[in-house]
Design a protein around this ligand. Sequence first.
Ligand SMILES: [Zn+2]
Length: 503
Amino acid sequence: MFKMHNKIAVVAISLVVPLAVVLAQRGTRVSSPISENALRAHIKFLADDRLEGRGTGAKGGELAALYCAEQFEALGLKGAGEKGSYWQPVSLVGVKADPKTELHINGPTEAANFKFADDFVAFTGAQTEQVKVDAPLVFVGYGIDAPEQKWNDYKLPEEDYRGKILVMLVNDPPATPQEPDLFGGRRLTYYGRWTYKYEEAARRGAVGAILLHTSESAGYPWSVVRTSNGSWRFDIARTPSDKTPFLKIRSWMTDEAAHRMMQLAGLSLDEVRKQAASRDFKPVKLNLTASIDLKSELKRVEAPNVAAILPGSDPKLRDEYVVFTAHWDHFGIGAPDKTGDTIYNGALDNATGVASVLEIARALSSLPPAQKPRRSMLFLITTGEEQGLIGAEWYAQHPLVPVNKTAADINLDSMNILGPTRDFVPLGAERSSLQAVVDQIARERGLRISPDPRPEQGSFYRSDHFPFAKVGVPSISLKEGNEYIGHPKDWGEKKFREYNEAH
Ligand SMILES: [Zn+2]
């Protein structure tokens, strides 16, 4: 869908990538030969229609992963995976819900049917071909239990959630004039992410959760929810010994459908939403039951992470690692756009990041021995990022080099294709010792550091550096700034909105 023919596009990446190279070097002075042509060539191949959008578990995805492995081989890098290969296999289970699935909701006097894709989406966490659920609905507000914020939405006895379907709002509760820093103020905390909501509902013994979408609270329009839930949805394959609780039904509902659902219960959505924004909120048993017979196609696939090592030049430091991450997967083939195009090419997200890591690998490995990085570099091209960071999550649980020897993860996901900026955003640097390194490089290069322009989007939890941060590795994601040279101040923001809405 997103094609990139514009010449300036790749020039912008070739200005940002050297930053990552310098970050890896930490002190060594080099001018890094990043080639615009090479970046362009990687992106053109990875985003070509013939790769069919690099779906996880699909042929095009396999080709993208193979391409990365062969690039590493061409550079003479060491395999970091199984038996010295470039592969770290990850066993996944994919489910694809039958789009004819309906959600029936019965109220005390009326009932209603909701349509898949138009009104709601659902996918099962059970990793089975059919789940039948008939369960009462409980509205749990934001669905958050956060002791450090003195906030608990689960004020009813435990049995009131067990076997139920929990209905909840996405995002964090809003800050108030009395508590401007509540849940990080404008910044999204992990409690606001849909992943947390599902995890918490499962911990409570619920059979399902319905998340109520608004573009504002989610940070993206319904089309994004529909796309990412309406086709294949992958998760790490559960083993028989795995006791982690899961939800049979994971669902999102449109704002319009949610209003209708609350009306069936004789309630106003606007009213209960207001109540949910308070510490005194108590869950509401909705006097509604939902029934859904969710049939899914199921497939088991191996979709690998690709990993290569450039050994460090310093005998004292070479058993420490700096990891570069970028995900090879995108959304594959899905619903057609206005022109009938069904291939989600993912040129920006994340052919640009993969191209950058490949070129960083080339730049660093082609340095003369004396200038090579002192620490070892691990280049990790991940699977399943769009499925919930599952490739990076698998890596963090099954690291190829020791986590306590991993100095940093530098993640590259959707690079700047719009043009040169005066500033850049080292997302998450302030959370670790990386801030000092980034500050120093910015000073040396005369670049300005800007804060995350959209903290409400929770970008820190939405790409592959996050699983590294969760296991204690200092992690950042390098993002473009927002002051585009030769454009008015709000131009970048406008371009971002256009992209988010249309692509
Ligand atoms: Zn991405």
